[in-house]
Design a protein around this ligand. Structure first.
Ligand SMILES: [Zn+2]
Ligand SMILES: [Zn+2]
Length: 425
């Protein structure tokens, strides 16, 4: 230790332990702003790939903090780069920014009255998944970190991502497009963190799981071809509706008889069937659209292979033909085990050991998974239910509600995770 360093150590040694911790005063100074931002985003939500005003507000805020800003990434995405006072690794923090075609039913002073267009229909627009809180939290983190550059050993990248709920049909978007457009490059990201607010767990708590946390989501489309005939004379044709029923039945046997559900759960759902025009005509064709949810890569491969075999095989057995096409909407949200272990003390320090809960995987999907396919990532759940409540409306519903007071822990956690990750050897 040379003299200069020794002097520095003596001067600042008393706070050596807390040198990387951001002061409570700093957090308090952004709390109300975070709430105000969130309420504004909530009142003026925008659908996937249409987050124009939202992106403008985010970019304006980041620029006001002196953060280097790139806009128009993956259509409406915003990326900010904040360099610390000393060089080091690069950590990315991601918030999704899109709302949903849901008409809000809450009685709030900042209730959304916005109407938009989705697939040609007029729809109510609502932040019914809580992404408004994600934006506000990350804007708060950006403000705090930009005032604490002396504590940042490296670089923090802020990724505000559009279209997490999925771009409109026929459009690209979301995490996959952000990656394609270089969001993880220049500077190259070493690790990425993200969170989701949860309407069903209490404010002040954090839920996490190492490994497979949220499901891979496939969308599938089945086209069944039969032969049209009179409804009174089925023997004169091939009934595609009957074949569709057999195929659905077959799919459920893949889950109940062929999947090892002790490893992870899996789900196949047919959500839409279209066939026929009236009661006395057996139509020419039927279409089915549905989703597959998996949490284990091998189970996913098995289910997709067997669904393809059943679709083609059962249709043939009953005299028709059928095809199935899969579209991968999200990968498995997979929390890197080492990174999760390394970050756990930070979560516990910020939320309190008793408030950090190991959770089970969910069959919901999250396109944060695409970032995790490229770099180690960690994704966790933040409590958003008013303390004392025991029930909450689910995400994606008109009554969905989040308690503003839950956001501060999100700000604190992402801030501490960034600093701690960058300072770890
Ligand atoms: Zn959602
Ligand atoms: Zn969401």
């Amino acid at each position: 230790m040379n003299k200069l360093v020794l002097k520095g150590f003596l001067l600042f040694g008393f706070c050596a332990f807390a040198q990387n911790a951001v002061s409570e005063k700093d957090f308090k100074s952004v709390e109300q702003k975070v709430i105000d931002w969130r309420r504004d985003f909530h009142q003026y939500p925008e659908l996937s790939n249409r987050e124009f005003k939202t992106a403008e507000k985010i970019a304006k805020h980041l620029k006001s903090l002196g953060i280097e800003v790139q806009t128009g990434v993956a259509k409406t995405g915003v990326v900010g780069v904040l360099k610390g006072n000393t060089p080091g690794k690069v950590v990315a923090l991601r918030a999704d920014i899109d709302a949903l075609p849901v008409t809000e039913r809450n009685d709030l002073s900042f209730k959304s009255e916005v109407v938009g267009e989705f697939q040609g229909e007029e729809v109510g627009v609502m932040h019914a998944c809580g992404h408004d809180t994600h934006i506000a939290i990350l804007m708060g983190v950006a403000e705090i970190l930009s005032k604490n550059k002396d504590k940042i050993k490296g670089t923090v990248k802020f990724i505000f991502q559009p279209a997490e709920e999925g771009p409109p049909p026929g459009e690209e978007g979301g995490a996959a497009l952000m990656i394609k457009e270089g969001a993880l490059k220049n500077p190259d990201v070493d690790a990425i963190f993200g969170l989701h607010i949860n309407s069903g767990t209490s404010v002040g708590t954090i839920g996490y799981k190492p490994g497979g946390t949220m499901a891979a989501v496939e969308r599938f489309v089945v086209n069944v071809n039969g032969k049209q005939t009179h409804g009174s004379q089925p023997w004169g044709g091939v009934d595609p509706i009957y074949i569709a029923a057999k195929i659905i039945d077959g799919y459920q046997s893949i889950i109940s008889r062929e999947s090892n559900l002790l490893i992870e759960p899996a789900v196949i759902t047919v959500g839409k069937i279209t066939a026929g025009v009236r009661f006395n005509i057996i139509p020419e064709s039927a279409e089915m659209i549905g989703t597959v949810r998996t949490l284990d890569p091998d189970m996913k491969a098995l289910i997709i292979r067997r669904m393809t075999e059943m679709t083609e095989g059962l249709a043939k057995t009953y005299g028709g033909s059928a095809t199935i096409e899969f579209q991968n909407n999200t990968a498995i949200t997979y929390n890197d085990e080492k990174l999760t272990e390394a970050m756990l003390p930070t979560l516990q320090k910020t939320a309190g050991v008793e408030n950090v809960v190991l959770i089970k995987a969910t069959t919901g999907g999250e396109d944060f998974s695409f970032f995790q396919e490229k770099v180690p990532g960690f994704y966790f759940f933040l409590g958003g239910m008013t303390p004392g409540n025991t029930e909450a409306f689910p995400h994606h519903t008109p009554d969905f509600k989040i308690d503003d007071s839950g956001m501060l822990l999100g700000v604190k956690t992402l801030t501490a995770m960034s600093i701690d990750y960058l300072n770890k050897k």
